[in-house]
Ligand binder design. Structure first.
Ligand code: SF4
Ligand code: SF4
Length: 287
């Protein structure tokens, strides 16, 4: 099974729209949304109503047993994350606690323990297709760990005989992106011709290369700034990166999305260019 990850160095490049179009056009039966901070791939499909949900436990957090606390203040003094406050008693600021366990270690009264908290929810849709996704609770960390679980949930539920799976990654270059990149065969990097687009592309290329992933670039809305598009192409040429497609701006794409439809189902300049790009991509990936 070929594992294709769709990434963008920044949000708003059309990454998820392109992922969903690829899934629809080639009837891909295995896919995942690893953008756990803001998952929205499911919104582009109407038939995912029935799913299994399980709790995601991230890092443990400290909790103080007030009855045992002797008010020595050592925990507050030693916490490097300012996650303990004093207001007549000591208490933990859960959103700031990094779960390092130092307070538990130093407490002379054994008043502190480390507790599990639900940091988010994993969802698995499984009928003729398998779709793995998750949502992180507001303010929770450990997104990388959750992304790893989303991918594992997908791989545990699909047969290796599937020709390909598509993973919609997170924007940026942080922990969830690194977790998404591990173990994939191809990274399709979706960029746009803007100053931030080219800068973020360079960063995501650097990260992807460090994983030895085969990289392809798609320039979305290339005609919005052809001068920067040319600079992106020059950069890709220098870095020996294959520009697999250039998609023109098409106002119909948003119109169809807002109607809950995929632009790929209609004829239009973006749709035609995307289909051409997919043909080249599929040929390159060998599926
Ligand atoms: S576990 Fe670490 S971060 Fe959390 S309150 Fe204790 S010392 Fe601070
Ligand atoms: S270190 Fe333990 S005993 Fe001291 S203030 Fe903190 S919780 Fe209370």
């Amino acid at each position: 099974m070929k594992k294709i990850l769709v990434l963008s160095g920044k949000g708003g490049t059309g990454k998820t729209t392109i992922s969903s179009a690829l899934i629809k056009l080639y009837n891909i039966n295995a896919f995942a949304d690893c953008d756990v901070d803001a998952p929205n791939l499911h919104l582009l499909f109407n038939d995912f109503t029935d799913y299994e949900e399980s709790n995601y436990f991230g890092l443990k957090k400290a909790v103080i047993n007030q009855e045992k606390c002797i008010l020595c203040g050592l925990c507050l003094e030693k916490c490097r994350f300012d996650a303990i406050k004093y207001d007549k008693r000591y208490s933990i600021l859960l959103h700031d606690c990094e779960g390092c366990g130092v307070c538990e270690y130093v407490c002379p009264a054994q008043a502190i323990s480390m507790n599990q908290y639900v940091n988010g929810y994993l969802r698995l849709y499984k009928n003729e297709v398998v779709f793995s996704t998750a949502t992180l609770k507001m303010g929770s960390g450990t997104t990388g760990m959750l992304v790893t679980k989303v991918k594992k949930q997908l791989f545990d539920n699909v047969s290796e005989k599937e020709i390909a799976c598509i993973i919609d990654g997170s924007p940026g270059i942080g922990c969830p992106v690194i977790a998404s990149l591990s173990g994939v065969d191809y990274a399709l990097l979706v960029t746009e011709p803007s100053i931030s687009g080219i800068s973020d592309l360079k960063r995501i290329v650097k990260v992807s290369k460090s994983f030895n992933t085969k990289i392809m670039v798609c320039i979305n809305r290339y005609d919005e700034n052809e001068e920067i598009t040319n600079r992106i192409k020059e950069y890709c040429n220098e870095e020996n990166i294959f520009v697999v497609g250039e998609i023109p701006f098409d106002s119909k794409v948003i119109e169809y999305l807002n109607m809950g439809k995929s632009f790929i189902d209609f004829d239009g300049k973006a749709s035609i260019a995307t289909k051409n790009m997919f043909e080249i991509l599929i040929k390159n990936v060998g599926i």
